[in-house]
Write a protein that binds this ligand. Structure first.
Ligand code: ZN
Length: 720
């Protein structure tokens, strides 16, 4: 504020003021005038004005144009087409005036060289080869580049030839193999045929290997992906055509297989492929994904016992039997595992007040084929989001905190780009990352879905209230979400996409956002722009909604003075999970008191932090956020509490996983487990059948209790 000009000096007669009261009144009047002028000075719009502007400048044309450009050609990691996609992304981000750079890593990728699959109805019958080709559909606008689609394969599958009678193993889960064993059907020495749809494909192959199988074939059943037996398929409907194949990685680790836990930078330490296989993360048997048509052909050669009802196919399909044989398969697969350079594109909008606090948004760019849903619907949203932020910048907006847009490479090989970058930047991210917001398959249908670490639940709900549901504009995304999703928030223990390293390795509060659920042409060559235009998002208004929701959450996290984190939800989630666990293990010699006590402490800390928030907000009106160091200290506690759920040692047999609250299930990398370390110990104890092994479960309960206690201390900022 300006200081008041001193009163003009009086003639040197220097007589005392004639009327001190009048002078005093004048001074007050001038002060009030100056104060009024200060209040009325032209000021920049509020942050919420910019946030409303962000929502109002959407464009479905933009998203559609980006998606079409990105998906004209198949662009698997390491390919020339994927490098061209990176150039496009860099171009759009740079044109949006966002400084952009490439973070590249040399990683082990895997490509098919040779595949052959022979089937005979029994050992003495002639072997018939499959052609293993996904057919072009009528009117396919991308037929001219269909030859650029990689032959169907499993990345990192073991090279070799294997022969054996066929055993049918349903979805290839641990319980499916247990059921086979109970039925006296021997997988050992035979070829396992399993179907996609319940667990991560790498775990199907692993389970087959552990059961002694010599090879694994995984097919897409018409019941799950084809719209039923004899139904219509793409382009007549959204379902997977009979020759459609879901390709994908069978690596069970995360990141570059040769650098587990550290970044794949120049001349770094590396494991050999044999060492990775030995660790159990890469399969020791060959495998191949096949189509519904080929899977059915194989099933028809399997005799033996009739499979259970829930192992059968769609109504009208042939009866499935367990085998083994007499159908006999010879699989030959040769892969090329080779070190290639991948490129993460990183764009940084520097924060004005807190440049050293990061709000990160990420999506991968590489695709198994054209990638219209997976992942480039998310890329189109990311690019549209960047362009909207540029409009805000032109109108004078600068975020309080730094916003970082990440376009990851080689996610499909099992989260290589994001994992290497997080490992490379681990300490800085641990110090500075406020949150990570992931979108992979941005749009595959209608309806918002999200999974998050629980302190973000409230923020996500509030943001969903501000965005209209594109499929019912009379209500918000939140209204529809409540009606159709019952309302369910997933958790981030699974390893399905790029949030994994952020949450499970470093402990960064995160969310994963998508529109629509699983979709049938996933990882096939039919995941193209035409499918998206016909079935995924004909008007591209769902893309716009994803962009709006994703961007609004990011803007709140980047601009709100007090971070919109809420730990009561976290404590509530932990209580719920602990109650379920205790009920499940009532008969066991376990003491859950440490766990429940630690959760009580967290509840108290969360309540206290909420009253501190109110106090700071109250002072805000009085001081106009002059008390910045207090705000910063408050925010740091909120940010670092998630880190406290991690433990240096990590999970006992999976030390890369540091988070003790959320991690993937041991036998299904897709599934999120709460208290993964306790679950691992329970599984061991249950199979060993020794009373002492429950002591290890008790130890894991203690470990979880200890990290929750640490989280309470961080949240309250209290030393003992
Ligand atoms: Zn993806």
């Amino acid at each position: 504020m300006k200081t008041l000009r001193p009163m003009p000096s009086l003639p040197c007669t220097a007589t005392p003021p004639r009327n001190p009261a009048a002078r005093w009144r004048t001074a007050v009047a001038v002060a009030i005038l100056v104060l009024l002028l200060y209040q009325l000075r032209p000021s920049s719009p509020s942050k919420s004005t910019y946030h409303s502007l962000f929502l109002s400048i959407s464009s479905n044309d933009t998203a559609a144009r980006h998606l079409l450009t990105l998906t004209r050609r198949p662009h698997v990691a390491g390919s020339e087409a994927n490098a061209a996609a990176a150039v496009y992304v860099i171009g759009v981000l740079s044109a949006a005036s966002i400084p952009t750079h490439i973070a590249s890593y040399d990683v082990l990728l895997s490509y098919p060289v040779n595949r052959s699959l022979l089937l005979s109805s029994d050992l003495s019958a002639p072997a018939v080869p499959f052609d293993l080709v996904q057919e072009i559909y009528e009117g396919d606008p991308f037929a001219d580049v269909a030859s650029e689609v990689l032959p169907t394969f499993h990345a990192y599958a073991r090279s070799g030839t294997a022969s054996g009678r066929v055993v049918y193993a349903n979805y290839g889960r641990v319980e499916d193999f247990a059921a086979l064993k109970a039925a006296g059907v021997e997988a050992s020495g035979n070829v396992v045929l399993a179907r996609y749809g319940e667990i991560f494909r790498g775990d199907i192959v692993r389970n087959a290997q552990l059961a002694g199988a010599v090879a694994a074939i995984i097919y897409s059943d018409a019941k799950d992906y084809g719209g039923g037996h004899g139904g219509k398929w793409f382009p007549q409907s959204r379902w997977l055509p009979p020759t459609g194949v879901q390709v994908g990685s069978v690596y069970r680790g995360l990141g570059d297989p040769t650098t587990p836990g550290w970044a794949s930078v120049d001349h770094c330490e590396r494991l050999s492929v044999d060492e990775v296989v030995e660790s159990g993360l890469m399969p020791a048997i060959p495998s191949l994904p096949v189509s519904a048509r080929d899977g059915e052909a194989i099933l028809k050669t399997i005799g033996g016992q009739i499979a259970a009802d829930d192992w059968q196919g769609a109504v009208g399909s042939s009866v499935y039997r367990l085998g083994p044989g007499p159908g006999y398969i010879t699989l030959t697969y040769t892969g090329n595992e080779t070190v290639m350079t991948i490129q993460n594109v990183i764009a940084v909008i520097e924060g004005k007040e807190e440049p050293d606090r990061y709000v990160l948004l990420g999506n991968h760019r590489d695709a198994w084929t054209f990638g219209a849903v997976d992942p480039n619907s998310g890329t189109a949203a990311l690019l549209e989001l960047a362009e909207r932020l540029n409009t805000l910048q032109k109108r004078g907006w600068r975020p309080r905190r730094t916003i970082i847009l990440c376009s990851w490479d080689a996610e499909e090989y099992h989260l290589l780009g994001s994992t290497e970058w997080v490992e490379d930047n681990r300490e800085n991210l641990a110090l500075r990352a406020v949150a990570y917001l992931n979108v992979d398959c941005g749009v595959s249908g209608h309806g918002l879905h999200f999974s998050s670490t629980p302190q973000l639940d409230e923020l996500l709900k509030e943001a969903a209230k501000k965005v209209k549901d594109p499929d019912n504009t009379s209500q918000s995304l939140f209204d529809s979400w409540v009606i159709y999703n019952s309302p369910l928030i997933g958790r981030l223990g699974g390893g399905g996409t790029d949030f994994a390293a952020f949450v499970q390795h470093v402990g960064v509060p995160s969310v994963d956002i998508r529109f629509g659920r699983s979709y049938p042409v996933y990882h096939s060559m039919y995941d193209d722009f035409f499918w998206m235009q016909k079935y995924g998002d004909p008007l591209f208004h769902r893309h716009v909604a994803v962009t709006s929701f994703w961007g609004l959450v990011a803007l709140k996290l980047a601009d709100d003075e007090l971070l919109p984190f809420e730990y009561k939800s976290y404590a509530f989630e932990l209580q719920k999970s602990a109650d379920v666990l205790e009920k499940r293990l009532l008969e066991m010699p376990l003491n859950f008191a440490p766990l429940f006590n630690s959760i009580e402490e967290l509840k108290k800390a969360a309540a206290k932090v909420e009253s501190q928030r109110k106090e700071l907000e109250r002072k805000h009106w009085a001081s106009n956020w002059k008390n910045d160091h207090k705000v910063r200290e408050f925010n740091d506690r909120l940010m670092m509490t998630e880190r406290a759920f991690t433990d240096r040692e990590g999970l006992v047999e999976r030390p890369w996983y540091k988070h003790l609250i959320y991690g993937p299930a041991q036998h299904n990398g897709y599934l999120s487990n709460t208290f993964p370390g306790i679950e691992d110990a329970i599984e061991k104890a249950a199979s060993s059948k020794q009373q002492e092994s429950w002591q290890l479960v008790q130890h894991e309960i203690w470990r979880v209790a200890r990290v929750i206690t640490q989280a309470s201390l961080v949240l309250s900022g209290r030393l003992t």
